[in-house]
Design a protein around this ligand. Structure first.
Ligand SMILES: Cc1cc2nc3c(=O)[nH]c(=O)nc-3n(C[C@H](O)[C@H](O)[C@H](O)COP(=O)(O)OP(=O)(O)OC[C@H]3O[C@@H](n4cnc5c(N)ncnc54)[C@H](O)[C@@H]3O)c2cc1C
Length: 232
């Protein structure tokens, strides 16, 4: 079930037809396993495809087998306190220094942020340029906030992430320097499509006096954009 769209040589199933993925999404949603669905989605719909499409051979060999085996967890970090729908507001910055990039900034609302081994981080590398970097757990200067208090799906550990002079090897640049926005725009439609399967609910909940079975389906997931740190 994990890594359906990742080539077999890296441990995936190599299935390009997205309908297979959609069946998995819908069946997990039917079972009410919303957080499991999101975790798998980060491999199959988000980080996996970024690595397959944009990664070097070395990056693919290094990270894809663990994602397919379920031993590596991943996240993608775009959103910032001042950059949500409009990613042009991103202020996290990466500056090249020899064979490394020095990353500074913060992200918020990051699904899997609390436990991801790999985080694809979107950062500004020029006045009008964004680039993608793979930040790995344990890199000095990389830290995480407490899980935010969401209305549900708490296994996803949605958190803030902080980058304080994180030295990211140049080998962890994902895709082409300065083409980060294009890389995102090419892949976000699939992510949005998979989001449509998440709220699927098996038993229609019919409002009183309603003549329709389907018009009042209740989403199994709710996005709480007012989330705040969860009390311990
Ligand atoms: C549970 C959860 C998990 C998340 N996981 C991740 C993740 O893993 N990685 C990640 O990067 N982000 C994640 N996000 C962040 C999510 O992608 C953002 O919340 C989303 O992009 C919207 O940004 P915002 O909350 O800043 O809202 P805003 O951008 O401030 O938008 C607020 C409202 O204004 C509307 N709006 C905005 N701009 C316009 C406009 N120009 N014209 C008309 N209407 C407009 C929007 O449609 C929305 O209704 C997550 C969020 C939640 C709640």
């Amino acid at each position: 079930m994990l890594g359906l769209r990742i080539p077999t040589e890296y441990g995936g199933a190599g299935l390009d037809d997205y309908r297979f993925r959609f069946i998995v999404l819908e069946e997990l949603a039917r079972a009410g396993a919303a957080s499991v669905n999101a975790g798998i989605s980060l491999v199959d719909d988000l980080v996996g495809p970024y690595l397959v499409d944009l990664g070097t051979d070395e990056q693919k060999r290094r990270w894809l087998p663990g994602l397919c085996a379920g031993t590596t967890t991943a996240a993608i970090a775009m959103t910032e306190p001042g950059a949500g729908s409009d990613l042009r507001g991103i202020r996290t910055r990466a500056v090249r220094d020899g064979d490394e990039w020095v990353l500074n900034g913060s992200k918020t609302f990051i699904t899997n942020g609390g436990h991801a081994d790999l985080v694809v981080v979107v950062a500004r590398t020029g006045e009008r340029q964004l680039s993608l970097f793979v930040v790995e757990d344990g890199m000095p200067g990389f830290s995480r906030g407490e899980p935010l208090e969401t209305m549900g799906r708490r296994a996803e550990a949605v958190t803030e992430l902080f980058f304080d002079h994180v030295r990211v090897p140049a080998a962890n640049l994902l895709g082409t320097e300065g083409k980060g926005m294009r890389h995102l725009m090419e892949r976000l439609p699939t992510e949005r499509m998979r989001s449509s399967a998440g709220p699927f609910w098996p038993e229609p909940v019919t409002a009183p006096h309603s003549g329709s079975d389907t018009a009042h389906r209740v989403p199994s997931t709710t996005r709480d954009t007012t989330a705040r740190p969860r009390p311990s």
